[in-house]
Design a protein around this ligand. Sequence first.
Ligand code: ZN
Length: 341
Amino acid sequence: MQALVKPAPGPELVLRQEPVPEIGAEDVLIRVKKTGICGTDIHIWQWDDWAARTVPTPLITGHEFAGEIVDMGRLVEGLEIGQRVSGEGHLIGKTSRQSRAGKFHLDPATRGIGVNEPGAFADYLRLPAFNVVPLPDAIDDEIGAILDPLGNAVHTALSFDLIGEDVLVTGAGPIGIMAAAVARHVGARHVVITDVNPDRLALAERVADVRAVDVRTTELRDVIHDLGMKQGFDVGLEMSGNQAALDQMVETLTMGGRIALLGIPPGKSPVDWSRIVFKAITLKGVYGREIFETWYKMIAMLENGLDVRGVITHRFPVAEYRAGFEAMLSGSSGKVVLDWT
Ligand code: ZN
C-alpha cells in the first residue's frame, strides 16, 4: 500500500510502499479515503524539537481520516464490513483511574496514531474497534476526515455554557474558526474572533457568522463598545497559543469570566496571575476530545445544521501531497484534505 512516511529524522515526508498492517482480534482494518493535514503533521514535516523528541522513525504519519471498514478481528462486535467510519486517534489504556472512571480522554498512557504509532496517511489503517466512530450518511468522507480537529473545537467550545453568552475566540486557524462556528450554533450572543492574519480572518467571516477582528488595527475595547456589551466577554476560547492574545483575553473578560485553553504556547510565558485572581476567572486546559461524548455531540450538531465545510480550502490527490503541505506551510490556508481513492 502507499503511505506517507517519515523515514528517518529530518524534514519532509516521503510517499512510498509499505506493507498493509496486520490486525489483532479486537482491531479493524480501514481503507482510508480522505485525510486531513493537521498542525501536528506540519511539526512532524518540519521536524522541530517537539517532533524530534516525540516521533519514532520510520513512522507512517497522519491521524485525521475517514474511510471504510474492510476487515475485522474475530472479537469485534457491532461493526460491519463496508461501514463508513472515522475514529479517535488517541489510543488509550484501560487500567488507569481516569479510564476506569470513564474519562478516557484523561488517560495518562494515551498514545497517538501518526505520532507515536502508525498513522492514517496510508491506503489502510489498523485501529482498535473501540476507537472506531461510524459515520451517518449525512456526514461525507471529506467532513469525516476533519472530525478530529472539529472535535478539538467542539470540546473547547462546549467546556462552558455558551447560551446567550458573549464569546471571544483568539486565533483564527481552522480550529478557532470551527470553535467560533460551534459557539454560534449553540446559541452564543456575540462571537468575536481575533487574529493578525487577514486571510484567516476573511475565512472566519465566510465560514461562521462572527465578527472578525484584526488586533493590529482594531482595539477590542472598541468592538465591545460597538456591540453594546456592558462589561466584557463572558467566555474566552484561546486557540492561538499566543501570549499577547491570552493577555488581551484576560483584559477584556468580565468579572467571573471563563477561559478554555487549547492553543499551545511555544514555551513558558509570563502570566499576570493577579489579574486572573482579582477577576475571579476560571481557566480550563483542553486536551483532545472527550471519548466519546465530544464525538456524539459533534455528529449530532453536524446532523442538525452545523456547517464547517467552508473551513476546507484545499483538496489534493495524495500524489500531490507536497502541494498540500506547502498550502499548510503558507500560514493562510484553512484545512487541507488529501484524497486516497
Ligand atoms: Zn489533528
